[in-house]
Design a protein around this ligand. Structure first.
Ligand code: ZN
Ligand code: ZN
Length: 99
């Protein structure tokens, strides 16, 4: 059984592209960039507020509400702009690969 040390400043993270990839926080950003290329057919969406968040399309709306990178209800200009860009794009402009 794994135990996450709450005092560790560098807890391991699970790669959103492959749950068997356990990566240290320090390497996580580089890792998901690499995995994004490897799994380029993945339909995970990059969070408009934090590039380290990769979210499944159907979870995106709820993620927008609880994403720790934004203060709920107090979107600043940058956040609002990103959110609008994301909302305009929508998750549905992606090719539906018939799952
Ligand atoms: Zn990975
Ligand atoms: Zn996020």
């Amino acid at each position: 059984m794994s135990y996450v040390d709450p005092y560790s400043s560098d807890p391991d993270q699970v790669c959103p592209y492959n749950r068997s990839h356990i990566v240290s926080s320090k390497r996580f950003a580089a890792h998901i960039v690499k995995c994004a290329k490897v799994y380029s057919n993945s339909n995970l969406i990059i969070c408009p507020f934090n590039a380290k968040h990769r979210i499944e399309p159907h979870l995106m709306h709820s993620h927008i509400n609880y994403c720790p990178q934004m203060i709920p209800g107090i979107l600043d200009d940058v956040q609002m702009k990103r959110y609008k860009e994301w909302a305009n794009q929508g998750p549905t402009n992606q090719e539906n690969s018939g799952v």
